[in-house]
Write a protein that binds this ligand. Structure first.
Ligand code: GLU
Ligand code: ZN
Length: 295
């Protein structure tokens, strides 16, 4: 049944061109939104200028256009949202939920990525080049992902107080993504499974903001035959415009939606329209090998 209240998004980071893994995520979020009669937004996650690749933003949007995606409303850029992030960080600092951390990377070595809470009650001055962390509760967060099933994580034991503003003044992905998803009224997050274990932190931040929890669907990671994942750092050339229809078909196949042979000569828009008409998220596999992805 169409759910016009559905709002979804694709949120690329312009550290490189779109690769096949990001195309799979874009296709899944687009089809899930459109099949529900919902809105689909594009948000540019350009939070980290030093890691941005010049030209990547324009190239990503051009690829999306050439691949037949149509987004609703203007593209939101996280680089323009600094005041909103700063206001929330200030509020949490004042209420004592957030605090300044002066630990060096060296000091944190050996804690296995779980912050030991060193600066929790140190009362460091938060002006200047310090990291800002948010206190986490000694609680387990659990949710049911539409593809990956139940996922649980104890924030205190498995994550620890995490950074919301970095020492260099840049805002952390965790903070920006939750503020923006809430601000833009997202109901559904469809993205790559590499972000699955970020979700409990994001559920916690949603609670702090008094925002509604979103539903989650993490599409399978594509693993190479040796088990290594096709990561974000994997620098690939831009997805070729002439390859749009075949690569969309391949992405659909990877998502458990192999299209009939007649679609071989279709335009990108026709392939996506077929996907909208046949979308059934329960057919998405939990993991994928590169070979499956070549279907
Ligand atoms: N910007 C993130 C990425 O490119 C995605 C964030 C999200 O979908 O929550 O991996
Ligand atoms: Zn510290």
């Amino acid at each position: 049944m169409p759910d016009s209240r559905y709002i979804g998004r694709f949120a690329p980071t312009p550290s490189g061109y779109l690769h096949f893994g990001s195309l799979v995520a874009a296709v899944a979020s687009y089809l899930d939104a459109r099949a529900a009669g919902g809105r689909w937004l594009v948000r540019m996650e350009d939070l980290d200028p030093p890691r941005e690749m010049p030209g990547a933003q324009a190239a990503i949007l051009q690829t999306l256009e050439r691949y037949g995606f149509e987004w609703d409303g203007p593209v939101v850029r996280q680089s323009e949202r600094g005041d909103a992030y700063a206001a929330v960080v200030q509020q949490w600092l004042r209420s004592g939920l957030a605090y300044a951390c002066t630990c060096s990377r060296k000091q944190l070595e050996g804690s296995g990525g779980i912050y030991p809470g060193t600066c929790r009650d140190a009362g460091h001055d938060w002006h200047g080049d310090v990291a800002i962390r948010i206190r986490v509760p000694e609680l387990e967060y659990a949710f049911v992902d539409r593809v990956q099933g139940e996922f649980r994580q104890h924030l205190g034991r498995e994550v620890g107080d995490f950074v919301i503003r970095r020492r260099d003044g840049l805002y952390a992905y965790q903070l920006a993504v939750v503020l923006d998803d809430a601000w833009q009224g997202m109901t559904d997050i469809v993205r790559g499974a590499d972000l699955l274990d970020n979700t409990p932190r994001q559920l916690y931040l949603q609670e702090l903001l008094g925002a509604a929890h979103t539903r989650y669907l993490h599409v399978p990671l594509i693993v190479q035959p040796d088990g290594h994942k096709l990561g974000k750092s994997y620098r690939s050339p831009p997805l070729a415009a002439e390859q749009a229809a075949p690569l969309l078909l391949r992405a659909l196949g990877a998502l458990g939606h192999a299209a009939p042979a007649e679609l071989a000569g279709a335009t990108p828009a026709e392939v996506l329209a077929w996907g909208v008409a046949h979308w059934d998220a329960t057919r998405i596999p939990r993991v994928l090998t590169l070979e499956d992805a070549r279907l």
